[in-house]
Design a protein around this ligand. Structure first.
Ligand code: ATP
Length: 508
């Protein structure tokens, strides 16, 4: 039985072999934590964007979208707090020369102990069988209680040290926990330093007055600075939302786990503007609504969980992540934050322009409060790819790899396959292809035996294979093979389009 790490490696190589994700600049040996999406990857990515956009902008009458520029006035990043506070604590191991995020070292330490606890629980569950009471076992087993105390203590110290911005204490914590470098195995650490994650560049030619500008580390600020433009031109009434999908850039200290943590990535964000005092109700509402969106993809509700933040960012009065069970464990997929009036007030102050809303019901003006939902497009892609990847042993003893991608998101919706390359079958298949291809992305394939063609489509997650055989020429019927069940059904050509349409219908 392959372990999760092996499976993850297989998913990464499958993504490359089948044209989903390539390492950037591969012929030059790649660029760390930057990836390119291939011919199927871009389709999956576009379909995810489209599904999110439809659920947020199209479905909600009070949410509209924008597309703001990546470059923005540099003062925006002072106002937002990113120039001063958008940094991670880093630490180097002097022997391996490897760099780590100090907070992640402590979190990994906690995760290892958590693994030990889970093993104890598993062992006990086997020993006690039916009568096993997990909650009681966790609360009373001496060893588990000790492990749990270690975790709680380490994380509490980490939180306190980070809140106090006491970097010497973070180093002390790493030493006290006797954390060693996974590469060199030593405890020979440097001091902990703060590292700002924003990339910067120069705008204008060198001879002119140059100005340092930043590549945006989040798309949210483009929404805040356009708040009044949209509110006025769209005649929006509070509560309302502005959504945006776009690139963001972060010079991550340690970028690993494939497209989970990249230096250039895409976010799908929505800022929802509400009346002050109502924000916590809206926060709960958006938590529920976003979780329902994830569940609607059908990857299994057990793969998601909420993770409330212990340490709130400087702008938030409540925050929670939606975590997904990636092959390397539960990790953040989406953040939902109650950002108060922090951003709009800061922009008012730094720009000197009023960013207020006149509420006709209250007959007063105020700076709205904001609930943000911020989901990583690439992480969603990875969640879908990793849960879709399935290796199956079939009844006849053969094996197949199938991507069980939700049909609405599948890159190719149907493959049109003439059984053989003669007798007029290719011409008939082309006719069907031409009739479908404006509505759905289809693929025509006549090369190799039909079984191999089915496997190729399974490997990229195509929901339907439509096979044209000699009977098609007689009675205008085809066989339609469903990806997951592999069941084949004979249907009239006229019914095919409707079958595909039903299969990919969005169910929110
Ligand atoms: P993390 O704690 O994992 O660094 P974050 O809390 O900094 O993430 P947010 O600032 O809340 O992330 O960004 C919102 C979303 O953007 C995240 O939930 C994630 O899906 C995505 N995201 C953030 N950083 C990256 C990255 N480096 N690569 C890919 N996606 C990212």
């Amino acid at each position: 039985m392959a372990n999760n790490e092996d499976i993850f490696k297989k998913i990464i190589s499958h993504a490359k072999e089948y044209g989903f994700v390539f390492p950037s600049s591969e012929i030059y040996d790649g660029l760390s934590a930057v990836y390119d999406y291939g011919q199927y990857g871009v389709e999956l990515k576009n379909n995810i964007k489209n599904y999110w956009w439809r659920a947020m902008v199209q479905y909600h009458e009070n949410i509209v979208g924008i597309d703001s520029a990546i470059f923005m006035h540099p003062t925006i990043w002072k106002a937002s707090g990113h120039v001063d506070a958008f940094s991670d604590p880093m630490i180097d191991n002097k022997d391996s020369k490897k760099r780590y995020r100090a907070d992640v070292l402590v979190e990994d330490y906690a995760a290892k102990i958590e693994d030990k606890i889970n093993k104890e629980v598993e062992k006990a569950a086997k020993r006690f069988g039916e009568s096993f009471d997990e909650a009681q076992f966790r609360a009373t087993n001496q060893r588990v209680v000790e492990y749990q105390a270690k975790i709680t203590d380490a994380l509490a110290r980490l939180n306190k040290n980070l809140t106090d911005n006491d970097l010497a204490a973070v180093k002390q914590l790493i030493e006290d926990l006797e954390i060693v470098c996974p590469v060199s195995g030593t405890k020979n650490w440097t001091e902990v330093r703060q590292f700002n994650l924003m990339f910067n560049t120069q705008m204008g030619s060198l001879s002119e007055d140059t100005n340092t500008i930043y590549l945006r580390p989040e798309t949210a600020q483009g929404i805040f600075v356009n708040f009044l433009n949209v509110q006025k031109t769209g005649r929006m009434k509070i509560p309302f939302g502005i959504a945006q999908i776009g690139k963001a850039f972060r010079n991550e200290i340690v970028a690993r786990q494939f497209i989970f943590r990249m230096r250039e990535f895409e976010q799908m964000e929505m800022q929802f503007f509400v009346r002050p005092g109502t924000e916590l109700d809206w926060f709960e509402k958006w938590k529920a609504e976003r979780l329902a969106w994830h569940h609607s993809l059908g990857l299994g509700p057990e793969n998601y969980r909420f993770h409330p933040h212990d340490k709130l960012a400087h702008y938030a009065n409540a925050a929670c992540d939606i975590e997904f069970k990636f092959p390397f464990g539960f990790k953040e997929l989406e953040g939902i934050h109650s950002r108060t009036d922090f951003d709009l007030s800061a922009h008012q102050q730094f720009s000197g322009k009023k960013l207020q809303y006149f509420d006709p019901e209250l007959n007063e003006s105020y700076v709205p409060y904001v609930i943000e939902t911020s989901i990583g497009l690439d992480r969603t892609f990875l969640a879908i790819l990793s849960s879709a990847y399935t290796e199956e042993k079939l009844e006849d003893g053969s094996e197949r790899v199938v991507l069980r991608i939700p049909p609405v998101l599948a890159p190719i919706k149907a493959a049109i396959l003439p059984l053989i390359k003669k007798d007029g079958l290719p011409e008939k298949a082309r006719e069907i292809m031409d009739a479908l291809k404006f509505d759905y992305l289809c693929q025509y394939d006549e090369k190799d035996a039909i079984g191999r063609r089915y496997r190729r489509q399974d490997a990229i997650g195509t929901p339907y294979c439509i096979t044209v055989d000699h009977q098609t020429l007689e009675d205008n019927t085809v066989t339609i093979r469903e990806r997951d069940s592999m069941l084949q059904e004979r249907v009239s050509i006229d019914a095919v389009s409707e079958i595909i349409r039903k299969k990919i219908a969005v169910k929110l």
